[in-house]
Write a protein that binds this ligand. Structure first.
Ligand SMILES: Cc1cc2nc3c(=O)[nH]c(=O)nc-3n(C[C@H](O)[C@H](O)[C@H](O)COP(=O)(O)OP(=O)(O)OC[C@H]3O[C@@H](n4cnc5c(N)ncnc54)[C@H](O)[C@@H]3O)c2cc1C
Length: 374
């Protein structure tokens, strides 16, 4: 992606901005409830902007990675970042994964409602004893003749309390070799046997859940890929999860940095140490923008991202935590804007954990980028 946008990209940005300024009600910007965020998705959908970069036959416009980056950026500027969208698991993760691994019947059944924000998906990967080592999941798939059933526990399942459907990684063979014993399955969340229990976070919100699965029915046609080859399908999801939405993050952090600069400017006396940290944060946030462009241009060239997605994940999560740390410190000392910065301080703790922990990203960078021994 060139830093200078093509005329088509400039036109796209203008059209999107106009649409959002005319159609997105003020109360949906920065909405903190599920209902508000879902309504914002539906507004985007009415304009054709949800799943915009999907191929036309699946309800998108086939936009390029550069268009996708612009969309992300404008959504963040409008206060409806893709990272908070209830449709994000469907639009960004399951949809593209099905396009790679799904059967024509799965594409027909599951893709059309996603860009209409009619079906909300959640991701049932993690379990109480399987997070970073995801291939060790124990929830099991059993054959019951004309269908399968899943039994086991999942945890940290974001949006499970609102989702209509779940894509999950489960054990298909108790004794087969590692990575050849897993199935990637789709199941209806609104069936007996799916017991969802919301977990209360330090912020007081309940965005993720425990799931207890008892004889949960999976239709045979709802296994994605070969039944013991689910690991390959899950890898597609994981690689996408680390790399999408970078420009949206850049815009969000830029706005937060401005808020913090204003707070520090108002403080008396403004500590030189705060100013120095502010400058360092500004440099890191510029780095996030640059790596976003690099990811976009690599994707546009159809090249493998390699360890780049891990570098980006490390950079945005650690930078955002440092930004929140400074904001919280300044707010506590000055007594200003305290609720906002306390909330951000608590919220950002999770960012070095989800989508692959920092330690795991460092392992990937060490092995694949630096060529260090295991
Ligand atoms: C906000 C949030 C939302 C989430 N949403 C979802 C969701 O929707 N669906 C879902 O399936 N999961 C979700 N997760 C779970 C997330 O994917 C896991 O928390 C993550 O993969 C880490 O797994 P774990 O918590 O089991 O930690 P563990 O894997 O047990 O790790 C514990 C610690 O050991 C370190 N560690 C582990 N292995 C290694 C190693 N090989 N080398 C060095 N250090 C290592 C880790 O970095 C970590 O510090 C979410 C998590 C959070 C925080």
């Amino acid at each position: 992606m060139d830093m200078i946008e093509s005329s088509a990209e400039v036109d796209f940005r203008k059209g999107l901005r106009k649409f959002l300024s005319e159609e997105l009600p003020q109360d949906l910007r920065h909405a903190s409830t599920f209902a508000g965020r879902l309504e914002a998705d539906r507004v985007l959908s009415r304009g054709g902007y949800l799943g915009y970069t999907w191929p036309e036959q699946f309800g998108g416009q086939g936009g390029s990675p550069a268009i996708s980056a612009i969309l992300d950026e404008e959504r963040a500027l409008a206060g409806i970042p893709s990272a908070k969208s209830p449709s994000r698991f469907g639009v960004n993760l399951l949809g593209p994964t099905l396009m790679t691994h799904g059967t024509p019947e799965q594409l027909d059944e599951f893709l059309p409602p996603i860009p209409r924000a009619e079906t909300i998906w959640c991701q049932g990967f993690s379990e109480p004893d399987s997070g970073s080592d995801l291939a060790s999941v124990r929830a099991s798939l059993s054959d019951r003749g004309d269908h399968y059933v899943v039994n086991g526990n999942k945890t940290w399942t974001t949006l499970a309390n609102h989702a209509d459907w779940c894509y999950a990684l489960v054990r298909s063979q108790p004794d087969a070799p590692r990575h050849r014993n897993l199935a990637f399955v789709l199941f209806d969340m609104r069936q007996p046997g799916v017991d969802v229990r919301p977990m209360v976070q330090t912020t007081g919100a309940s965005e993720f859940n425990e799931m207890f699965l008892t004889d949960v029915r999976v239709e045979k046609r709802h296994v994605v890929g070969a039944v013991d080859e689910g690991w390959r399908v899950a890898l597609t999801v994981l690689n996408t999860e680390r790399s999408y939405g970078q420009l949206s993050r850049f815009r969000q952090y830029e706005a937060e940095l401005r808020r913090l600069s204003a707070l520090i400017a108002r403080s008396d006396p403004a500590k030189p140490e705060w100013r120095a940290r502010l400058v360092s944060l500004s440099a890191h946030i510029t780095g996030i923008r640059n790596i976003s462009y690099k990811i976009t241009s690599t994707a546009e060239a159809g090249e493998d991202l390699g360890a780049l997605a891990s570098v980006a994940k490390l950079l945005w999560s650690t930078t955002h935590q440092s930004l929140a740390d400074l904001g919280y410190e300044v707010a506590m000392e000055t007594g200003e804007d305290a609720e906002y910065w306390l909330n951000l301080e608590l919220e950002t703790r999770a960012e070095s954990i989800y989508a692959g922990t920092s330690e795991i990203q460092r392992n990937i960078v060490a092995e694949r980028l630096l060529g260090l021994p295991r």
